[in-house]
Design a protein around this ligand. Structure first.
Ligand SMILES: [Zn+2]
Length: 300
């Protein structure tokens, strides 16, 4: 039984490995204040900070888009990119690393980003296989817990979130600008993809990461999600998203304790009350796949 939504889902994750066509993709630049810009293209949302002492980019999307991304960054500021910080190892966030590194950027990421990018990884739930990256695409500066950058009066800190969307995640906090780029710890318009099988991810880790990020935030904080439009300023989207994750996780956990099978739990639709708020049309991850992700995470 291959439902249409699952089929569409498989296409999204198989295509990047084969011949995804990037020819029609344009990079859209959205200024959000404080010299910070979000670039939408294909793959993870990019953050660009044009600071007094240089240019920092968060994530690099897919390699075929690097020229278009470079053009967009040049329109923001004449400077070249000094640092690329990866929020995690997935190819839709690190695919351009090699190109930006060749252009002189230093690639910075959690130590496990380097480890995961260096090996072949197969994720059965998503039917996706990633081959080892070339040496030039790997991070050259890595950290285990956190790392800070200082530019003018801005302090930028990438903090590791253990066993969350993957085991390689970091969220990036721009203290003075009050912006937090969450990478794939936060999704808008879709339930989250969490790599619970072989990517080292857990629902609990995502819940913990969101709690940590909220401690840094206030009513003026601009969160940036890894996929989808950026949420409204403030903490309410992240709080609601966190409440959804907790509720679905608790519900699925009780159903597992009652002895229900994965199929029975999916049929019971534990996400139903949240579908309207977190499922846009064409969402990456539908309710059934998300329930499967939570089930696998809690059954480990
Ligand atoms: Zn990801």
């Amino acid at each position: 039984m291959l439902k249409k939504s699952i089929f569409a889902f498989l296409l999204i994750f198989i295509l990047p490995l084969q011949a995804q066509d990037f020819s029609g993709i344009e990079i859209e630049t959205v200024p959000i204040g404080n010299n910070f810009y979000v670039l939408y293209g294909s793959g993870g949302n990019i953050g660009v900070f044009a600071g007094e002492d240089g240019l920092i980019m968060i994530d690099s999307q897919f390699a075929p888009l690097s020229e278009r991304i470079t053009d967009a960054v040049e329109r923001i500021s004449g400077d070249s990119i000094n640092f690329v910080i990866n929020t995690h190892w997935h190819g839709d966030h690190t695919g351009g690393n090699g190109n930006f590194s060749a252009d002189g950027a230093v690639i910075v990421a959690h130590e496990y980003v380097k480890r995961r990018m260096s090996m072949e990884v197969f994720l059965p739930l998503y039917n996706s296989r990633t081959m080892p990256s070339s040496i030039g695409a790997l991070p050259t500066v890595t950290f285990m817990k956190d790392i800070s950058f200082h530019s003018g009066n801005e302090t930028i800190t990438a903090t590791h979130a253990p066993y969350a969307h993957t085991d390689t995640d970091a969220f990036v906090h721009f203290e003075n600008s009050n912006i937090i780029h969450m990478g794939d710890l936060l999704w808008t318009g879709s339930y989250p993809r969490i790599d619970v099988q072989h990517g080292g991810g857990t629902v609990e880790g995502v819940i913990n990461a969101l709690g940590k990020a909220l401690q840094l935030a206030n009513g003026d904080t601009q969160f940036i999600s890894g996929h989808g439009a950026i949420p409204e300023k403030g903490t309410s989207y992240v709080e609601n998203y966190l409440a959804m994750l907790r509720a679905v996780s608790n519900r699925v956990s009780s159903m597992i304790a009652e002895g229900m099978s994965q199929q029975q739990i999916i049929a019971a639709r534990p996400t139903a009350e949240f579908d309207a708020a977190f499922l846009a049309e064409n969402a990456y991850i539908d309710a059934e796949m998300f329930t499967r992700i939570v089930y696998i995470s809690l059954s480990k």
